[in-house]
Design a protein around this ligand. Structure first.
Ligand code: SF4
Length: 676
C-alpha cells in the first residue's frame, strides 16, 4: 500500500475484507454497491415500502431506514415482510442515533444496522472536558459495556454493521481530546471497531462523513492508514458527503469528496446525500461509480505510462496549497482563477458574457460583475470587437495574439516547444500547455519543463489524455514540487460525457481531487466537440435536469462556468456564493426539507460566503450541521429553532415566520446585504 491506497499513479482498487449483508457481498473487489435512505416516517409502513421500492427499482442495492426509537425498530419487521411479500429482498439497514435499545431490536430484524459512534453511548452537550488517561479509559469501558450487547446480537443473527462517524456529531469526549479533526473522526470509529474485533465480529463497514469534502477525504485516508497499521487489514468503506444539499451544489460536493477517493481505488459502497427524493440519488451514485467499470476502464489499470511516485512532497492528510509565485492575478496567495472556453462561439458578443457573470448595463454604460464571473476567456483565433469588462482578460493562440493591440488584455497560449521557440512573447503572462504522460514515450524526460522552470511570465495549463487523467496530472504536479518549479498551474479538464450529471461528476472528480490536495491556481473546463454539440442542442433540458436552479435559456458556457465556481466552492478554495448545508431528510424530518431549502435559498442566495444549515430535526441536526454560521432546525411540528453557530438564539419559532426570523438573525449579525 502507498500511504492510503494501492497506487498514486494508476488505478487499483484497495483490497478490503468481504462483508455479507443478507445475500449481498460488499468489499473484497465486489462491485461498488449503491445505496440510499428513505425519507418517510418509519411508522408509515405503506409509504416506507412504496418509497423503498422506488429506490430499489432505481437501482439501490441497500435501503436505509431510520429507527429513532424502539417502536420504529419494531416496525422494520412489517416493512421488511411487506417488501418480501412483494418480491423485494434488497437488504435493509436500520439507522440508529442515541438509542442502543432500538439498535438491539433492529439488529434482530434487518440485515444491517448503522450506529453513529459519536452518539451511540455519549450524549452531546458541547462541553470541553479534560480527561486524565484513567478517566478516558473508564469512558471506553463504559462504551464497551453498552456496545458489546449489540455486537453479540449482530454476531448471533448474522447482521452486518456500519460504524458511521459524522464530522458534525463527534462526542464531547473525542472533541475534548482530538478536537474537531479528521483524526478525531478516525479514533471515534476505531474505538468501536476495536470492541467489535475483540468479540471476533468482523461483518463491519465504516464511514467517515463530513459536509466539507476536504475533511471527509482526509478522514477516510487516515482511517485506512490507521486500520492498516493497527490490524494489517482494511474493512470495507462506505463513502459519502453529508448534508451535501441539492441540485448542482449537492452533486458537485459529493463528486469532489466521493470521486477523489474512488479515483484512488477507495470505496466499496456509496451514498450521495441529496436534499431530493431518495430515488434521485441512485443515478448520481451510478454515474460516480460507472467511470471505474466501463469497458474502456482497462486503460485505468495500465501501469507504466505514468512514472511511479515512491514518496510525495505533500501531506495527503493535511491541506496545504502548493507553493507558487504569482504571474499577474494567477498563483501565489490569490484565489484560483476561472478560465471560460469561448473558442466554439463563432462571433462573441456582449450577450455571451452574461453566461460567465458579466452583464452590460446600457443605461449606465457599465458592466455589472457577479461574484462568479470568469477571470479569463479563451477565444482561440478570435479578437473581441467590443470593450470588455475591466477584470476580464483574453487568451488566444500566438498568431492571433500578435495581431492584438492591447498587451494588458490579450495573452498567448503555446505548447511547450512553441513557447521555447516563440518570438516575441508576452512580457507579463504566457500560458504553456503541458500534456501529462499521455503517450508511452519519454515518461521520465522533463527537460522541456526544466527549460521553462521558474520563467516568471509562464503559467502552466496541465491536462492529460489518459483515461485515468487525474493521477497523471497529480504525478506531474508532484514532479514540479520535487524540482522546486513554482510556476502557477491551471487545471485543464475536458469532458467527453453526454449528460449534465456526467459532466458535473467528471469535472468535480478530476479537478476536485487535485484542488483538495492543494494543487491548482485556476481551472479551465472544456467539452469535446461531440459533447458540446449534444449539450448545445438540448442545453436547457439536460442542464436543468442536473442543476434544477437554472433559467431555461442556460447555455453550455453558463453551465460550465457555474460548475467551475461550484467546484472551487466545494473544495473551499474560492468562495463565491452562499453555502447550504442541508440534510437529505429522513423519517425524523419535521418539515418539507426540499420546499424549505428552496425558500431559504431564494432569499439568501446572494450572501456570498455565509454558511446556512437547514436540518430536519433537533435530535441530530445541531450536531450534524458542522461548521455552519447559522442553523434553521426543525424542533417540533410547525416549529423551528434558529442557531448562530452551535448556539440557540430563537427557540420554537412558528414555521410560518421562521424564514423572516432567519433574515432578522442574519441582519443582527451583519451577515445580510440587500439583494442586487
Ligand atoms: S438531521 Fe435530517 S437526516 Fe439527520 S436525522 Fe435529522 S431529519 Fe434525519
Amino acid at each position: 500500500m502507498q500511504l492510503y491506497c494501492n497506487s498514486l499513479t494508476h488505478y487499483s482498487r484497495l483490497a478490503t475484507r468481504e462483508v455479507k449483508i443478507g445475500d449481498l457481498l460488499l468489499g473484497n473487489f465486489n462491485p461498488i454497491r449503491l445505496q440510499t435512505m428513505t425519507t418517510t416516517d418509519t411508522m408509515d409502513t405503506q409509504a416506507t415500502v412504496e418509497q423503498s421500492i422506488r429506490c430499489i427499482e432505481a437501482g439501490a442495492e441497500l435501503v436505509r431506514i431510520t429507527a429513532p426509537s424502539k417502536k420504529e425498530a419494531e416496525n422494520l419487521r412489517l416493512i421488511k415482510e411487506e417488501l418480501h411479500r412483494r418480491g423485494y429482498k434488497t437488504p435493509l439497514v436500520a439507522d440508529i442515533h442515541f438509542t442502543p435499545n432500538a439498535a438491539e431490536i433492529a439488529a434482530r430484524i434487518v440485515e444491517k444496522v448503522r450506529v453513529n459512534p459519536g452518539n451511540y453511548v455519549d450524549k452531546k452537550k458541547f462541553e470541553q472536558i479534560d480527561y486524565t488517561d484513567a478517566e478516558y479509559a473508564e469512558e471506553i469501558e463504559r462504551i464497551t459495556e453498552r456496545f458489546t450487547p449489540l455486537v453479540k446480537i449482530c454476531k448471533e443473527y448474522g447482521t452486518a454493521m456500519r460504524i458511521g462517524t459524522n464530522h458534525g456529531s463527534l462526542s464531547d469526549r473525542i472533541m475534548s481530546r482530538y478536537g474537531d479533526t479528521p483524526m478525531g473522526m478516525v479514533e471515534s470509529a476505531m474505538e468501536f471497531l476495536r470492541i467489535a474485533r475483540y468479540e471476533s465480529y468482523h461483518n463491519i463497514v465504516l464511514s467517515m462523513k463530513a459536509s466539507n469534502p476536504q475533511v471527509m477525504v482526509q478522514a477516510y485516508r487516515l482511517l485506512i492508514e490507521q486500520m492498516d497499521a493497527e490490524f494489517g487489514e482494511i474493512y470495507p468503506l462506505h463513502l459519502g458527503v453529508t448534508e451535501a444539499g441539492d441540485g448542482e451544489d449537492g452533486r458537485v460536493k459529493s463528486a469532489a469528496g466521493i470521486g477523489t477517493l474512488l479515483e484512488d481505488g477507495i470505496g466499496d459502497t456509496v451514498r450521495v446525500s441529496l436534499t431530493e427524493d431518495p430515488e434521485f440519488e441512485i443515478p448520481v451514485c451510478r454515474d460516480l461509480v460507472k467511470r471505474y467499470s466501463l469497458p474502456s476502464s482497462g486503460e485505468f489499470t495500465k501501469e507504466g505510462r505514468v512514472p511511479t511516485a515512491d514518496t510525495i512532497p505533500y501531506s495527503p492528510f493535511n491541506y496545504s496549497r502548493r507553493e507558487s509565485f504569482a504571474v499577474d492575478n494567477i498563483g501565489g496567495k490569490q484565489v484560483p482563477v476561472v478560465i471560460a472556453d469561448f473558442s466554439r462561439i463563432e462571433k462573441i458578443s456582449p450577450q455571451h458574457l452574461n453566461a460567465i457573470g458579466y452583464t452590460y448595463d446600457e443605461a449606465r454604460d457599465k458592466w455589472n460583475i457577479s461574484d462568479a464571473a470568469a477571470d479569463y476567456i479563451f477565444t482561440g483565433h478570435q479578437l473581441i470587437d467590443f470593450a470588455l469588462p475591466g477584470t476580464l482578460k483574453v487568451i488566444v493562440y500566438p498568431a492571433t495574439w500578435r495581431l492584438a493591440t492591447d498587451p494588458l488584455k490579450y495573452f498567448p497560449i503555446y505548447d511547450t516547444g512553441g513557447y521555447l521557440e516563440a518570438a516575441p512573447k508576452s512580457q507579463s503572462l504566457n500560458f504553456v500547455m503541458i500534456d501529462c504522460f499521455s503517450d508511452d514515450t519519454a515518461i521520465n524526460d522533463f527537460t522541456h519543463i526544466d527549460r521553462l522552470a521558474n520563467d516568471k511570465t509562464v503559467v502552466f495549463c496541465v491536462s492529460s489524455k489518459n483515461k485515468h487523467a487525474m493521477p497523471a496530472v497529480r504525478r506531474m504536479l508532484i514532479e514540479l514540487m520535487n524540482r522546486r518549479i513554482l510556476n502557477p498551474v491551471i487545471l485543464t479538464c475536458d469532458s467527453h460525457w453526454q449528460t449534465a450529471d456526467e459532466h458535473l461528476i467528471h469535472y468535480a472528480t478530476e479537478t476536485g481531487a487535485l484542488l483538495l490536495d492543494g494543487f491548482g491556481d485556476g481551472i479551465c473546463l472544456g467539452m469535446s466537440a461531440n459533447s458540446y454539440q449534444s449539450a448545445s442542442a438540448n442545453t436547457a433540458d439536460q442542464m436543468n435536469a442536473a442543476g434544477r436552479n437554472y433559467t431555461s435559456n442556460l447555455s453550455v458556457e453558463q453551465f460550465i462556468n457555474s460548475t467551475a465556481f461550484t467546484i472551487l466552492q466545494a473544495t473551499r478554495t474560492r468562495i463565491s456564493k452562499t453555502e447550504y448545508i442541508s440534510c437529505p431528510s429522513c423519517g425524523r424530518t419535521l418539515f418539507d426539507l426540499q420546499e424549505t431549502t428552496a425558500k431559504i435559498r431564494s432569499v439568501t442566495h446572494h450572501l456570498k460566503g455565509v454558511k446556512i444549515a437547514i436540518m430536519g430535526c433537533i435530535v441530530n441536526g445541531p450536531g450534524e450541521m458542522a461548521d455552519a454560521d447559522f442553523g434553521y432546525v426543525g424542533s417540533g411540528v410547525g416549529k423551528i429553532t434558529l442557531y448562530k453557530g452551535k448556539e440557540i438564539v430563537k427557540r420554537n419559532v412558528d414555521s410560518a415566520i421562521a424564514v423572516d426570523e432567519l433574515i432578522g438573525l442574519l441582519k443582527e449579525n451583519e451577515a445580510w446585504v440587500d439583494p442586487g
